[in-house]
Design a protein around this ligand. Structure first.
Ligand SMILES: Cc1cc2nc3c(=O)[nH]c(=O)nc-3n(C[C@H](O)[C@H](O)[C@H](O)COP(=O)(O)OP(=O)(O)OC[C@H]3O[C@@H](n4cnc5c(N)ncnc54)[C@H](O)[C@@H]3O)c2cc1C
Length: 419
């Protein structure tokens, strides 16, 4: 087993780290300041100047669309294993991925359109997304039903001549608050009478189609994540051409399988980045604060936490790399156990380490003077988004149990000594 990254990846890591040092960390406060100023002026839902300034710099530095898998449109595309250490670095600052056109949900949506869209749809929507000119949202979850079971999704997609007509209510549509968000991928039912996994389809819906109403942003522990936002969206008689259907009617689950694999592992790579940063901040703080006559870092409880944090990060990173390697070599479907494992492990690990880092910072830790409170809020949502922990654990348990099923007529062999 070779644990080294290739020279190409090592070179990109070095360039990305330098870019973060030069352009991202020094502008972290400015990003939040800009949003606060926009909010004070009456509208936080506009793109920040700082990200727009940094995007051309990232492109010029060759740090653009790094998430892209190999394809005719991306001959230089990276594998999941190559992307993992780069995505981890971007994950250290919540808004950094957008600077490199590598942010959710655009990456998952771009992959979906690249894999399942027609050439016309790719020209119309994928090209501007790849250039970072527009943004996108993924509309699956609905307030009225338990959406972790996507067979529950009620939004209707009905054929009417050369169009499909959509009616439904969605929420947690991340990114739909951004005025640049021009295209939605919507999941809904085309045939309620079909088999359980053949009822749903996914379709492209331009955000400016009549009948779309963005109702409100939802808040995450009080953060509205403007200008990105997690929106509630109503679709009333929304009409789009039949050519907007992705892959075909009734194939929504097939797409979900393809889409959610990379999306999930990207979240996990970023979780490792923010956990690593939290550990760094924790150590620096503990080294410099003195309480009860000695640096807090010398209290043994912190040794325990720091050691555990290091073990947990490295374990999660190795599992993420294994999942990435399997996705590259045997495909997302065969790698489903590894993807499920890392989707449970990484956000839980990050939440625990950020929680310790918050504790190490005392009252400051829960304020926005440090990046920890916001990071915690975000990581906590990842235990729900893209499938709650329990659903991934249930899939894992099913796979494990299936290994030990005894078929009718099959005799279970006793375990004997020396066998
Ligand atoms: C910040 C954020 C961003 C999001 N972005 C998007 C987005 O862009 N697009 C989108 O479509 N959705 C998005 N979501 C929604 C997210 O994917 C859903 O919240 C998630 O799938 C769970 O669905 P639900 O909220 O309907 O919870 P429910 O399905 O009602 O589940 C509630 C709880 O039931 C429990 N549960 C469910 N199944 C099982 C089981 N098998 N065994 C045991 N317990 C179980 C779990 O504890 C679960 O949390 C986002 C969510 C958040 C918080």
């Amino acid at each position: 087993m070779d644990f080294n990254f290739t020279p190409k990846v090592q070179d990109m890591q070095a360039r990305l780290l330098a870019f973060m040092d030069q352009h991202v960390y020094p502008n972290e406060a400015r990003f939040f300041q800009e949003i606060a100023e926009n909010r004070a002026k009456g509208n936080a839902w506009i793109p920040t100047a700082i990200i727009e300034e940094l995007k051309p710099k990232a492109r010029a530095a060759g740090l653009w669309n790094l998430f892209l898998p190999h394809s005719p449109r991306a001959p230089e595309g990276l594998s999941n294993l190559e992307y993992a250490p780069l995505c981890e670095i971007m994950g250290r600052v919540p808004f950094a991925p957008e600077i490199f056109n590598c942010s959710a949900p655009d990456t998952g949506n771009m992959e979906t359109i690249a894999r399942y869209g027609s050439e016309a749809n790719k020209d119309r929507w994928l090209e501007p997304l790849l250039k970072g000119e527009i943004r996108s949202a993924f509309l699956m979850t609905e307030p009225e039903v338990a959406s972790s079971d996507a067979t529950n999704i009620q939004c209707r997609i009905e054929r009417d001549g050369d169009d499909y007509v959509l009616n439904g209510l969605k929420w947690w549509s991340s990114g739909a608050g951004d005025p640049r968000c021009a295209i939605y991928i919507v999941m809904g039912k085309t045939n309620p009478d079909a088999g359980r996994h053949e009822q749903q389809s996914m379709i492209l819906v331009p955000a400016n189609t009549p009948g779309i109403e963005v109702i409100r942003p939802l808040s995450v522990f009080g953060y509205d994540d403007a200008p990105h936002g997690h929106m509630e969206v109503r679709l009333t008689n929304v009409r789009v051409p039949v050519g907007n259907m992705l892959l075909g009617e009734g194939r929504g689950f097939e797409i979900a399988q393809g889409r959610l694999g990379p999306g999930r592992i990207h979240h996990c790579m970023r979780s490792i980045g923010i956990a690593e940063r939290a550990l760094e901040l924790m150590c620096k703080r503990l080294n410099t604060r003195v309480a009860f006559g000695k640096p807090v870092a010398r209290q043994s409880v912190w040794h325990e936490r720091i050691a555990d944090a290091r073990c947990m990060i490295d374990q999660a990173r190795l599992l993420t790399l294994k999942a990435a390697y399997m996705m590259d070599t045997v495909g997302n479907k065969v790698a489903k156990a590894e993807i499920a494992m890392i989707k449970v492990v990484a956000p839980n690990m990050a939440c625990q380490i950020i929680d310790w880092a918050i504790q190490a910072h005392g009252g400051g830790g829960v304020s926005d003077d440090f990046p920890l409170a916001y990071a915690y809020a975000h990581q906590r949502t990842l235990r729900l988004a893209d499938g709650p922990d329990e659903v991934h654990r249930a899939s894992l348990a099913k796979l494990e149990l299936a290994k030990h099923l005894t078929m009718p007529g099959e005799v279970e062999m006793p375990i004997t000594r020396g066998s």
